[in-house]
Design a protein. Sequence first.
Length: 74
Amino acid sequence: MMYRYRIRELVEENGISLYRLAKTSGLLPATVYAIARGETQPTPETLRRLHQTLETLLNREVSLDELIEVKRTT
């Protein structure tokens, strides 16, 4: 199974920049950009920080299904 993180879609749909997400979460912008481009997989701690920050910035609960897309490989 492969995972795709929908960070870019969530921030763009809600008028938030990846840079703001990075700065608010305390992560390096390069890390957030790489995850958004699918170049790297986040650690569980990084994913937790991104998830909590998205909930704060969007002022609503963000389900993990919104954030993570499971891609099945054959």
